[in-house]
Design a protein around this ligand. Structure first.
Ligand SMILES: O=C(O)CCC(=O)C(=O)O
Ligand SMILES: [Mn+2]
Length: 214
């Protein structure tokens, strides 16, 4: 997609469902702060490929910041206050993270959003994320605020049943997807990221998903 297209979409919202939508370009004013924060978070807790309970190595490389981090191993999926790899707490939300998440949630109709976790996902070209629900959080109503940085991607946004046919949502650097309330438990995923180079991030897509765990 061209820069012209990206610029023409910035500031627009795409409605996905009653309580879900895309805020095009919403994170662009925060991009510099987000990239600095991601560097700091990854210096404390390097990206790693987690193992699923079934023994598969995940394609997406992951880390976390905030009060809780999402982790997976042979024992299951869960949130942990400590990085199992270092035994240390995850880096507290860097500058700008809570502000962006709160403003994006408010723009999508969820006032007063205060997340306590941020999963950092790194997609190399060819990497996908299969359809799933975010279901390890105690709070199943507060929104997920999902920020796209770097290479474009196609987000799949499905229904409340795994078999519901998902819509394909093109996402660019700076786009934010928000889903909560009655749409909080919708299935979603990401198609394989196409090869390319992003001016700031190079050959990768980074996604931040903010969640309210407790
Ligand atoms: O990368 C994305 O856009 C979605 C990530 C996601 O669904 C997750 O981390 O649970
Ligand atoms: Mn998810």
């Amino acid at each position: 997609m061209s820069d012209l297209f990206a610029a023409s979409m910035a500031g627009q919202h795409t409605h996905l469902a009653a309580q879900a939508g895309v805020l095009h370009g919403f994170a662009l004013p925060f991009a510099e702060a987000l990239l600095a924060g991601i560097d700091a978070a990854l210096a404390a807790a390097p990206l790693r490929h987690l193992v699923t309970p079934g023994g598969h190595v995940m394609q997406v490389a992951m880390s976390n910041c905030g009060g809780f981090g999402w982790v997976s191993d042979r024992r299951g999926y869960r949130y942990d206050r400590l990085d199992p790899q270092t035994g240390q707490p995850w880096l507290a939300f860097p500058e700008g993270f809570l502000q962006l998440a709160g403003k994006a949630a408010a723009a999508a109709g969820f006032a007063g959003y205060v997340p306590d976790a941020c999963l950092i996902n790194r997609y190399a070209p060819g990497t996908r994320l299969s359809l799933h629900q975010d279901r390890d959080e105690d709070d199943r109503v507060a929104p997920i605020v999902s920020v796209s940085l770097g290479l474009p991607a196609t987000f799949l946004f499905g229904g409340l049943a795994r078999g519901d046919k998902p819509v394909r949502v093109p996402l660019l650097h700076g786009d934010v997807v928000v889903w909560g309330g009655v749409d909080r438990m919708r299935f979603h995923g990401v198609l394989p990221v196409m090869p390319g180079r992003h001016p700031q991030l190079g050959a990768q897509r980074i996604n931040l998903t903010f969640r309210k765990v407790r």
